[in-house]
Write a protein that binds this ligand. Structure first.
Ligand code: ADP
Ligand code: ADP
Ligand code: MG
Length: 664
């Protein structure tokens, strides 16, 4: 038996670093985080007992630097390294370097990582273990003529794959002979630049496939078990966004056969620690080995929820030289679990990653809900790393229950300040085909094409405008200590309404209201007029309100977040963002004479002036973008531009000084 670990260094960031540290803490093990300059304020750095700065933001200069990670381990006296997923997790050199220095690597042996790092070699091993593999070409001859000839033998449609590949890179579906040669060449180029190795595999393309994978766990004493399957067919750009266990496509007999196949692959290489055997499942129920991921997988929580096994704890036990704490015959799948990945990305724009500040992150607790999160309110999402913010996992006795809980969780999740896939995930989860479990890896292209835009219903915009106005009214009332008994809307003339104007998702919204005292307001927005009673407005933290208001005998609860002049309002039906229009010519005039400030955090997409330029009042100086809405900042008066503090492409905070104008 080995010796117990005392201190684990987590060579990763974000949610997975926090997840690993959680199990370490549970086991009485101290933790060390490593972080780049971009991450110093992230929650995972604070979660750790100790944290070591390892370099500048680009991962090539920080999270991928084996030397710096091992130096951090030496400096803190960490006796083990957990690589998480991504980054160095499937890097045999890190595993080897750890072994050479007597540091425990929490993962498989360098040999197993190497063998499985090549899809080609992995396929050979699987085939030798009597596990079905996708028919195709995996030979050593890699010149274009041979590949073209072999591709024609395999037949169309086919799939080109980089043997050293991962993350969907260097992969092409080829449906006809026409562009075959070009596609082979471009896949080779991509493989070369991404992985430094352009060895290609050619596989028959399985139509309407599902991606179903099996979790395995092995120890150094010859024990190897599987922990059933995860269904991961909901993918965009060959990357998973929703995963679940059990798979709706498996019956007990197929499940047992796939589990056995995964165990045979594991046994063939004497696999130790946690790993995942990926399969493709054809509509007729035949399945084929794809590859082995020699690490903890992003979607491991669904397996944990249905089996009750803490996979990180098992990884640590195995790394300590202990026997697995679970036996195959004791393992069961109980209930059903689903995971969604919340990404900072824009589904309506090719799922393009987004960066910027997270003004609010709030997920109310619920039965059967697990949050594996990497960010919090105030975190900044940069451009250097994968834009996954968090995973949300729900479970229940059956799939229907787990899905309903997930829909509810996503409806109550408030993530503001940055565009995410939250609304898109909700649409997938409620799509009748998804609900029926009729999915394959093309689900998103096939069924979600027309569902990529987020529409904000007019009624929600109107409600948001009313609620933002109420919250602002309360805020000003509470902030006015001199006359607390005078309502903030107090006017000499009770007939003239107060008003405020917002820029909404589909144009301007003007709100007029009369405060009738005791929290009663009469509102008019366009054609709509109603009495609204403010019930409560609790300020959770500065500028974040949980507001309750009664309208037509019904009390609504909404979360309202203010960020500069921007209001984010969220209720169970969705989220709306409104930008308050300045009431007086220039709200920033008090702070910096002639200064123009950003009305909200966002990105400068156009700079229309330069120092020395003359402008007239109302001229557009800067165009900004936040959460897909564009906003202009205009000159408050005639004058000359005396200073410009931003450049196109800059990310700025709300209230940041952009341009200064000298009047005259
Ligand atoms: P990666 O290393 O990028 O994860 P994989 O070989 O695991 O590469 O394949 C990624 C995804 O591509 C799978 O989840 C599946 O959706 C699809 N895929 C891979 N091979 C095939 C194939 N032969 N036929 C159909 N789809 C495939
Ligand atoms: P009950 O039948 O009273 O709900 P259970 O012990 O079955 O008691 O479940 C307790 C809670 O755990 C329930 O809220 C249920 O949704 C949740 N749950 C259901 N299935 C699982 C599972 N496989 N793993 C963990 N928790 C589960
Ligand atoms: Mg894969």
């Amino acid at each position: 038996m080995g010796k117990p670990l005392r201190k684990v260094l987590v060579a990763n960031r974000g949610e997975i670093a926090r997840r690993i540290m959680r199990s370490c803490r549970d086991m009485g093990i101290a933790t060390v985080a490593v972080f780049s300059d971009a991450d110093e304020n992230m929650p995972f750095v604070r979660d750790a007992d100790e944290a070591v700065r390892i370099g500048p933001p680009p991962s090539g200069e920080s999270y991928l630097r084996i030397d710096r990670i091992l130096e951090a381990a030496a400096r803190t006296g960490a006796d083990a390294v957990h690589p998480g997923y991504g980054f160095l997790s499937e890097n045999a050199e890190l595993a080897q370097a750890c072994a050479d220095r007597g540091v425990v690597f929490i993962g498989p042996t360098p040999d197993a990582i190497r063998a499985m790092g090549s899809k080609k070699e992995a396929k050979r091993i699987a085939a030798d273990a009597d596990v079905p593999v996708v028919p195709g070409y995996d030979g050593a001859k890699q010149d274009i003529e041979t590949l073209v000839e072999k591709a024609r033998e395999v037949g169309f449609p086919l799939m080109l794959k980089a043997s050293a590949g991962g993350g969907g890179k260097g992969m092409r579906i080829v449906r006809e002979d026409k562009n075959l040669e070009d596609m082979i060449e471009s896949a080779k180029r991509e493989a070369k630049s991404s992985f430094g190795d352009d060895t290609m595999l050619i596989e028959k393309y399985i139509e309407s496939p599902r991606h179903v994978e099996i979790q395995i766990l092995g120890d150094a004493h010859g024990n190897l078990v599987h922990l059933f399957e995860r269904e991961c067919s909901i993918q965009r750009r060959h990357q998973k966004i929703i995963e679940e266990s059990p798979s709706p496509a498996l019956n007990p007999e197929l499940r047992a056969r796939m589990g056995d196949a995964a165990v045979r692959v594991g046994q063939a290489i004497g696999y130790r620690n946690a790993g995942t055997v990926e399969f493709i499942l054809a509509p007729d129920g035949s399945f084929y080995f794809l590859e082995v991921n020699t690490r903890l997988q992003v979607e491991h929580p669904v397996t944990e929820c249905v089996t009750g096994v803490d996979l990180v704890r098992q990884q640590i036990r195995v790394a300590q030289g202990e026997e697995l704490g679970v036996r195959q015959e004791d393992l069961r799948q109980q209930g059903a679990a689903v995971e969604v990945r919340i990404y900072a990305e824009d589904p309506s724009n090719g799922f393009l990653p987004q960066s910027g500040p997270i003004v609010d992150w709030h997920l109310p607790p619920m039965e059967g809900l697990r949050e594996d999160g990497g960010v919090e309110s105030g975190s900044h999402v940069g451009i250097h790393y994968d834009p996954m913010l968090a995973k949300i996992i729900t479970w229940d006795h059956d799939r229907t229950g787990a899905l309903r809980r997930m829909v509810r969780a996503l409806q109550t999740l408030s993530v503001q300040g940055i565009t995410t896939n939250r609304a898109f995930l909700l649409k997938v989860l409620q799509h009748p085909k998804f609900v029926a479990g009729e999915i394959d890896t093309h689900f998103i292209e096939t069924h979600m094409k027309g569902e990529l835009e987020v529409e904000v219903p007019e009624a929600l915009v109107r409600r948001a405008a009313v609620v933002a106005t109420l919250a602002d009214h309360e805020r000003r009332r509470v902030c006015n200590p001199t006359l607390p008994h005078v309502p903030s809307g107090w006017r000499n003339n009770p007939w003239a309404p107060q008003w405020v104007e917002y820029e909404g998702p589909a144009g301007d919204v003007r709100v007029e209201y009369w405060h009738r005292g005791r929290g009663a307001f009469d509102f008019t927005v366009g054609e709509w007029s109603e009495r609204v009673q403010l019930v409560a407005c609790d300020e959770e933290r500065p500028d974040v309100f949980e507001l309750r208001a009664e309208e037509g005998g019904v009390r609504h609860r909404m979360r309202v977040v203010r960020s500069g002049g921007v209001w984010h309002v969220q209720d169970a039906e969705g989220a709306a963002m409104l930008v308050e229009k300045p009431r007086f010519p220039d709200p920033s005039a008090e702070a910096v004479a002639g200064g123009c400030v950003a009305p909200m955090p966002g990105k400068i997409i156009q700079l229309r002036v330069e120092p020395g330029q003359r402008v007239e009042q109302g001229d557009v100086l800067v165009v900004m973008e936040a959460m897909k809405m564009e906003h202009t900042v205009a000159a408050p008066s005639d004058g000359e531009v005396s200073a410009v503090h931003v450049a196109e492409g800059d990310q700025v905070d709300g209230g940041a000084l952009l341009v200064v104008i000298d009047e005259g």
